[in-house]
Design a protein around this ligand. Structure first.
Ligand code: NAD
Length: 499
């Protein structure tokens, strides 16, 4: 529980933008007020930046990049700054986790885990800065050598969603900085707090002014202006497929590179030979972590028909033990939904599913807990063509389907426009490897759910996006390749010949 609730809610946190090394409000003086979804109390106040503020930030990033002060600086210096930020994140884990939980209403224990993992990402990116390198070719003949350089792509816009504010920022920002890019960040208007705190850490660590600019504000005008700008060379967008598709159109202005991490409809595939108790737990975790507001949520369960009945019954039993409620209660697993619109979307999808013939196994009562708490919900008898089997619900709702054999499991797993993640539960090595290879998804977990390592890349197949974050690919994503052809000794061959 929150010991000092009165104190926390009495004084909402006031945040500033970070533009060209200065902490400033929006030029219009306008603000966004954020209430805690679980408590309905004002907790954060951010600048509501204008299109003009974005142009100032982009100009600062452009100028610094073109000067080369950060782009061409020694990787050891980049690494040092990123490591300082990692350290500051660890030192401030309590405050950062508190902000995340106040703004999102995810359980505090979950926020803490995300903050500590974010520090790992900054540390890993610090190493990436130093290991980033090109390539060389000394096989091009006696008088020619080729060098392949990796150069920072330029000014990068990073636009993030509200579900994992600091974590998603940390999968992108330190890698872009490690590559030598200058950055303009726009966090979600619902959860900008921790991103703006990071600005302070970068400043204290000695990042040159303009290398990282962080502005709060709405998608329109702030996000839109970043995506449309001719002075931005790349945009890393994480959010809905709907806005992602708009970003593709808006980016046409200067054919900028887009890295898109979008929605998902990921399957948990459960074979009869699996460890049932581990699979039940893993399926519930994949479906309900972060209240199901998770791009890689395992929102479709495909279970082998020979165990479907018993597996479903066990899921229902275990679901009753999943505590819904106050995010500051350490025993809570499910906090409140991010806002009323999202809550209504979840409730609507459950109604749609039932009207299309799904069986409500448990949950589904939007009023069960009051406020913005939505109960974990199981829907059975789902058919692949139903909307609840195809569309992202982004809530704690699991749609259950059955399959007969491995071929059918893979066909159903891939029967979606998305391809972000998959979870496979089996004790048969061949089945596991076959599924891992054939399921179209950027990440596949086998007998595990939602483990994370900075070493491993993430991203999506199909309409879940393109580009990869983290791992060695994370820093490379923010670079351009350049080939340099080097003549060794005098160039004696003439193109213009004597006539
Ligand atoms: P969203 O698309 O509504 O918003 C994402 C960001 O885009 C926000 O910062 C928003 O202000 C901004 N935005 C809105 N309109 C814009 C515009 N016209 N131009 C530029 N930017 C604009 O998404 P959300 O509701 O914040 O997050 C939920 C979605 O994000 C889900 O679909 C989820 O699957 C997806 N998501 C994907 C990943 C991933 O890694 N694939 C991770 C987290 C969330």
């Amino acid at each position: 529980m929150l010991d000092n609730a009165e104190q926390v809610f009495a004084k909402p946190r006031q945040f500033k933008n970070y533009i060209d090394g200065a902490f400033v409000g929006a030029s219009t003086g306008e603000v966004i007020e954020r209430e805690s979804p679980a408590h309905g109390k004002l907790v954060s106040i951010y600048p509501a930046s204008s299109a003009e503020d974005v142009q100032t930030a982009i100009a600062a990033a452009r100028t610094l990049f073109d000067m080369g002060e950060w782009a061409y600086s020694y990787a050891g210096e980049k690494s040092r700054i990123l490591r300082i930020v990692a350290q500051k994140i660890r030192e401030n884990v309590d405050e950062l986790a508190l902000i995340e939980t106040l703004e999102t209403s995810k359980p505090l224990s979950v926020s803490r885990g995300e903050v500590l993992f974010s520090a790992e990402l900054w540390d890993y990116a610090a190493g990436s800065a130093r290991s980033l390198h090109g390539d060389s070719h000394n096989t091009l003949g006696t008088d020619m050598m080729g060098v392949v350089l990796r150069e920072p792509i330029g000014v990068v816009g990073i636009i993030t969603p509200w579900n994992f504010p600091l974590l998603i920022l940390s999968e992108r920002l330190p890698f872009a900085l490690a590559a030598g890019c200058s950055v303009v960040v726009k966090p979600s208007e619902f959860t900008s707090g921790t991103s703006l705190v990071i600005a302070g850490y970068l400043d204290e660590a000695g990042l040159p002014a303009g290398a990282c600019n962080i502005l709060a504000g709405y998608g329109e005008p702030v996000g839109q202006a970043i995506v449309e700008s001719n002075d931005v060379d790349m945009v890393a967008f994480t959010g809905s497929s709907r806005v992602g598709k708009m970003a593709i159109q808006a980016s046409a202005s200067n054919i900028k590179k887009l890295s898109l991490e979008l929605g998902g409809k990921s399957p948990s595939v459960v074979f009869a030979d699996c460890d049932i108790e581990a699979a039940v737990d893993g399926v519930l975790k994949a479906a309900n972590v972060n209240m199901g507001e998770c791009c890689i949520a395992g929102s479709r369960l495909l279970v082998q028909d020979s165990i479907a009945k018993t597996f479903q019954a066990r899921l229902k039993e275990r679901l009753n033990d999943l505590k819904v409620g106050e995010p500051f209660d350490p025993t809570s697993r499910i906090g409140a939904i991010i806002n009323q619109q999202q809550f209504d979307q979840i409730a609507d999808y459950v109604k749609i599913g039932i009207s299309e013939g799904a069986e409500l196994i448990c949950g589904g009562d939007a009023q069960a807990y009051g406020g913005l708490y939505y109960p974990p919900t199981l829907l059975g008898n789902v058919r692949p063509e139903m909307r609840i089997a195809r569309e992202e619900i982004f809530g704690p709702v699991l749609s259950i389907m059955t399959f007969n054999d491995t071929a059918e499991a893979i066909r159903l797993a891939n029967a979606t426009d998305y391809g972000l993640a998959a979870y496979v539960w089996t004790n048969d090595m061949s089945t596991a490897l076959h599924c891992a290879r054939r399921i179209q998804a950027g990440r596949v977990w086998v007998n595990a759910a939602l483990t994370g390592f900075p070493e491993l890349p993430l991203g999506g197949f199909k309409q879940s996006g393109n580009g990869r974050e983290t791992g060695r690919y994370g820093v490379e994503e923010y670079t351009e390749l350049k080939s340099v052809h080097l003549q060794i000794g005098p160039q004696t061959e003439r193109w213009v010949t004597d006539v």
